[in-house]
Design a protein around this ligand. Structure first.
Ligand SMILES: [Zn+2]
Ligand SMILES: [Zn+2]
Length: 395
């Protein structure tokens, strides 16, 4: 075979191998993985067939819930780490939007890694990248919650950082979002320290108002048009208990009872959680449960998955981190929610170890290809000396 055609064949093989591995790992891999996910069906037996107001089940909201994206900042983030993680999250999110078409997406805080200390210039750069990565059509609503990395832990938080965050997302960090008769209650859990700080006071005041509004909405639906005096002037919402979303989980001792593919590693599960740091305080957790009686709580912050039942009636799901920087197997939640019921499923993203495995295999094939080509062209001995000792025959 003439030398030219062998070289040509090697070049084609090389391009196919390198290009194929790159295309598969950076684009294609997200499709088969996310295609396996589907919107869960609401169980008719649990009362999901019809909403409180008689809506049919197909009126359930399709909500996608993810958490802890931690877009790296200018101080602690290496440029390659940033490029890689943001590309992975962007591809995963865009593929999920395209294949699953959620009506609403919630991100449960820690959007930015360095929002707690970033300068205005770096903050604007982080925000610009966030909007590019999580771009979406007008058919999908994107709702973002605040986390301790966005505005700092309680001792670092101030009005400037909170208002900077709220301005970017054009909404208060504590509010109710209503969609198809479902109330999603968003809580600024960083401000539930209970020490009477000005931000804590303001958030608590807002929560008390929302709790009153929701209770009055329920009373109003039960007692017809008669509104009690204490409910005068309250804003009415659909009469259904809320789905509560926040960054910190409600108080739990540890992750000891957590199981599943994305639970914390066994050596970390028994570590005791610190109140107001890893989880909300017992007092703040009880207050939220009493005020709102949520039918489901979704939270982030721990970066691992867990299911907990509070007081034997309030289920809470910890949503793991969406970033490969925090875990090998990120995931997100798919929730079908009607006014009276809900169903959840978890969608795992490709594992980073799979991607690394594919690149390593492609590298090994590349090496074999070079060796085979070299042996074909120069013979075994000359080839081995070239590869092992780096000796070149001078021309
Ligand atoms: Zn986090
Ligand atoms: Zn956090």
């Amino acid at each position: 075979m003439p030398r030219f055609s062998v070289r040509w064949m090697v070049a084609v093989l090389l391009i196919l191998l390198v290009g194929g591995a790159f295309f598969f790992c950076e684009y294609l891999i997200y499709f088969p993985t996310i295609l396996k996910c589907a919107w869960p069906k609401i169980n008719h037996a649990r009362g999901g067939g019809e909403g409180i107001d008689g809506r049919p089940m197909d009126s359930a909201v399709r909500a996608m819930v993810l958490s802890d994206t931690h877009l790296l900042g200018a101080v602690g983030g290496h440029w390659f780490d940033k490029l890689r993680r943001e590309w992975q999250m962007e591809r995963a999110f865009q593929t999920a939007l395209w294949l699953l078409r959620p009506e609403i997406v919630f991100i449960l805080g820690d959007i930015f890694d360095e929002g707690k200390w970033s300068s205005q210039k770096h903050w604007e750069d982080d925000v610009r990248r966030f909007h590019r990565m999580f771009r979406h059509s007008t058919d999908t609503e994107l709702v973002v919650l605040v986390g301790n990395h966005d505005i700092g832990f309680h001792y670092e938080m101030d009005w400037f950082k909170l208002q900077r965050f709220e301005k970017v997302f054009n909404a208060s960090s504590t509010r109710i979002v209503t969609k198809k008769g479902v109330n999603f209650l968003l809580v600024n859990s960083v401000a539930l320290h209970g020490d009477g700080c000005p931000i804590c006071q303001s958030v608590e005041k807002e929560l008390i108002k929302l709790s009153r509004d929701l209770n009055c909405s329920l009373q109003n639906s039960q007692s017809g048009s008669a509104v009690t005096d204490s409910c005068e002037g309250s804003q009415l919402y659909p009469p259904t208990p809320p789905i509560m979303l926040q960054h910190y989980p409600l108080y739990r001792v540890s992750d000891a009872g957590c199981t599943g593919l994305d639970a914390a590693p066994p050596e970390e599960r028994h570590l005791l959680f610190r109140e107001k740091y890893d989880v909300l305080s017992k007092e703040a957790s009880q207050r939220l449960l009493q005020w709102f009686k949520p039918r489901l709580i979704l939270s982030g912050h721990t970066h691992s998955g867990c299911e907990v039942l509070h007081d034997n009636k309030y289920p809470e799901i910890s949503v793991p981190s969406f970033s490969w920087r925090n875990r090998n197997n990120p995931s997100f939640i798919l929730a079908s929610v009607s006014p009276s019921s809900y169903a959840l499923s978890k969608c795992f993203l490709p594992e980073e170890s799979t991607v690394i495995g594919v690149y390593c295999s492609a590298g090994a094939c590349l090496l074999l290809l070079f060796l085979a080509h070299c042996m074909w062209m120069k013979g075994l001995l000359q080839c081995l000396s070239l590869f092992l000792l780096g000796k070149h025959k001078s021309l």
